[in-house]
Design a protein around this ligand. Structure first.
Ligand code: GDP
Length: 427
């Protein structure tokens, strides 16, 4: 199953964890720098700081925190596209191993619908289905207790075709959701043709696009047009083509191989020659022949603990199940690689710019402090020199004064003696 230890999706989730640790480190370094500057500001050192320094550090910290928040919210996003009833909802359900989105006529997805993971405690209820909830155009949370209730809630919504219903489903229930994949179902191409608004609103941050085509017919012009527009707005989008309802061809085995070859060639030519998003040799790993209906049936059968195949499967279903799993493997590899590169590269570049700016500030502070130290040093040397001079002077003065006192004293003694000898003589 997707999401096991070997899943390529782990590249993304591991990178996200690592980068999160890295940003926490950067955050604490900047905090340290800020504290250091505060300390200097509060001390009576005569280090004059530039006015903006504190503000710069604060701003850098805010930016880093902002990026960190964004990184935490980062996910891998896949958008499904195709005509109504080609089986987009069924493909999503198969990938989630559960009947989460309503399928079939009467449940046409007529607006954008995203499925993302949430923690089990997120909802207000604490029963076994607890956690699941719904947001319509960002309105308040509505908890969903069952899949049937979700179908009902969705059919009640009268949403315009470019609005968004967000379904949050407990991560513990689906491996893809646990690994931060968000799946977006679009209204059928036949519902509206306001492609540009769609792309601008929901597709610019998509990592992978999946065209769910009907294996019983050729690619429609409208389906192709959408990808031409996507290709103009995004550089080399990752596109997969699922020829769904492949089980229907099982009834005509003599034609099957011929039809498959034809669809494969057209799919490859669309991706490689027309859109030029991938080379011809790589494009063959982007076109698959599946049956979402069979895959979902078989997977739900398995999760219910039933070992044998569900009844009524068309001939060759095992091959189609394997093909679906092969598609998922390629898809996981592709989305993980693309998201790791695009989602983290930009943010790390921004962070590195912020750090560079701070580095310049730190260097300025360092050279300022060195200047101050040198200044102190020079002043001390000057004072010492003066002290030494004064000391010498003192010595000289003392010496001189001692000498003069001595000579005065001996002079006085001489005088006294002279006077005394005069006196003696007179006597
Ligand atoms: P959407 O409108 O593109 O989301 O299509 P749905 O997923 O709602 O599917 C429309 C109908 O086609 C439903 O009744 C599905 O059960 C059926 N369907 C979906 N995938 C397959 C498939 O691979 N084979 C067959 N035979 N039916 C399918």
């Amino acid at each position: 199953a997707a999401g096991d230890m070997g899943s390529p999706l782990k590249h993304f989730t591991n990178a996200k964890k690592k980068i999160n640790v890295l940003f926490s480190d950067i955050q604490s370094y900047i905090e340290d720098f800020g504290e250091f500057i505060d300390d200097i500001g509060n001390s009576d050192e005569n280090l004059i700081l530039e006015e903006e320094l504190e503000d710069d550090v604060r701003a850098a910290l805010e930016k880093i925190n902002g990026i960190k928040d964004m990184l935490c919210r980062n996910h891998m996003k896949v958008v499904f596209f195709g005509r109504t009833s080609n089986g987009k909802s069924s493909v999503i359900n198969s990938m989630l191993w559960d009947r989460i989105l309503p399928t079939g006529i009467g449940h046409t997805t007529n607006c954008f619908l995203s499925v993302a993971g949430c923690s089990d405690e997120a909802g207000s209820s604490s029963d076994s289905d607890g956690g699941a909830y719904l947001l319509c155009n960002g309105s308040e949370k509505r908890s969903i207790k069952s899949v049937t209730q979700l179908s009902h809630a969705l059919s009640q919504e009268s949403m315009s075709c470019d609005s968004l219903i967000q379904v949050f489903w407990p991560k513990s229930k689906c491996a893809l959701l646990k690994d931060d994949v968000v799946l977006v179902d679009s209204p059928g191409i036949d519902v509206t043709l306001d492609l540009d608004r769609w792309i601008d609103n929901y597709c610019l941050d998509a990592d992978v696009f999946i065209l769910v085509a009907n294996a019983e017919s050729t690619l429609m012009q409208a389906e192709k047009k959408f990808f031409h527009r996507v290709n103009e707005k995004l550089s080399k989008p990752n596109i997969f083509i699922l020829n769904n309802r492949w089980d229907a061809s099982a009834s005509e085995p003599e034609l099957m191989e011929q039809v498959r070859q034809q669809h494969l060639e057209r799919g490859i030519s669309f991706l490689a020659d027309e859109l030029k998003v991938i080379s011809k040799s790589q494009a063959k790993d982007r076109v698959f022949f599946v049956s979402a209906k069979e895959t979902l049936q078989s997977r739900m059968h398995k999760t219910q603990g039933k070992p044998d195949a569900p009844l009524g499967m068309a001939d060759g279903y095992q091959g189609r199940l394997i093909e679906f799993a092969r598609f998922e493997r390629e898809f996981e590899e592709c989305i993980s690689r693309s998201a790791t590169r695009t989602k983290f590269e930009y943010h790390t570049q921004r962070a590195s710019k912020i750090i560079d700016q701070l580095h310049v500030k730190a260097e300025w502070l360092f050279s300022k402090a060195t200047d101050l130290m040198n200044e102190c040093h020079d002043r001390r040397a000057f004072l010492l020199q003066r002290l030494e001079y004064i000391d010498n002077q003192m010595k000289i003065v003392t010496q001189r004064s001692r000498e003069s006192i001595l000579s005065l004293a001996s002079e006085a003694e001489r005088q006294v003696r002279l006077a005394m000898s005069d006196e003696i003589r007179r006597l």
